[in-house]
Design a protein around this ligand. Structure first.
Ligand SMILES: Nc1nc2c(c(=O)[nH]1)N[C@H]1C(S)=C(S)[C@@H](COP(=O)(O)O)O[C@H]1N2
Ligand SMILES: [Mo]
Length: 201
């Protein structure tokens, strides 16, 4: 049992507006996953863009690393009530992935898929226009396996379960299909500012 004083605090008042309702700030970086951490060699890694069952384009590790790299600093919010401010990430925006495939986003919804069998649904509008990336680095270092390395989706304006670790691809879908946690009672959208934690929130 860890006391609240250790793991959580109220932000300085100048930062209070950055904390969504029901959240507290952590300085650590908690690790959460539904199952064991998959160990993935970058030589076995690929990222696949699909429309339904059809492969639109796939990149191996080297090709993916040649895409334009973008750095962002952002706050993240986990549904288990921790928020972490000013996390810094580097990776490839979904815009740049689509541009490299020569495509505009083909449907309104997407599912992110992961090497551990995890999935999560995100509306396409929440992935494009610089809102999301496939992150390859955290704090300037290659992403650790615990936090989703070699690569994870990062959708920082939604609860952190939408940021699929060990991401293997994005699949565009015609309708909003529930992913792993969304099938198990979590909200289909997951906006921390509206406290959309569970299905009917
Ligand atoms: N592939 C995969 N991605 C996942 C998960 C998972 O179990 N598998 N858990 C999600 C949940 S519930 C959270 S809170 C964050 C945790 O990320 P972290 O371990 O880097 O803090 O990853 C999300 N992405
Ligand atoms: Mo979570």
């Amino acid at each position: 049992m860890v006391t609240r004083g250790f793991i959580g605090r109220q932000p300085a008042s100048k930062d209070a507006h950055r904390l969504p309702p029901g959240q507290h700030v952590v300085n650590s970086f908690p690790v959460l996953s539904a199952g064991p951490v998959p160990r993935l060699a970058t030589t076995d890694w690929q990222f696949v863009l699909k429309l339904g069952p059809r492969v639109l384009k796939a990149w191996d590790w080297a090709a993916f690393n040649r895409l334009p790299q973008t750095t962002i600093t952002t706050d993240i919010h986990c549904v288990t009530a921790w928020s972490k401010f000013d996390t810094s990430w580097e990776g490839v925006t979904v815009d740049d992935i689509l541009a490299d495939a020569g495509l505009a986003a083909p449907t309104e919804f997407a599912l992110a898929h992961s090497y551990d069998g995890y999935s999560t649904n995100v509306p396409t509008a929440d992935l494009i226009n610089s809102k999301a990336m496939v992150a390859l680095k955290y704090n300037g270092q290659p992403l650790s396996p615990d936090h989703g390395g070699p690569a994870r989706l990062l959708v920082p304006h939604l609860y952190f379960w939408k940021s699929a670790k060990w991401v293997s691809g994005l699949q565009f879908t015609d309708r909003d299909h529930a992913g792993f946690w969304e099938l198990r009672g979590y909200h289909m959208y997951g906006d921390p500012w509206r406290e959309q934690r569970y299905t009917n929130d």
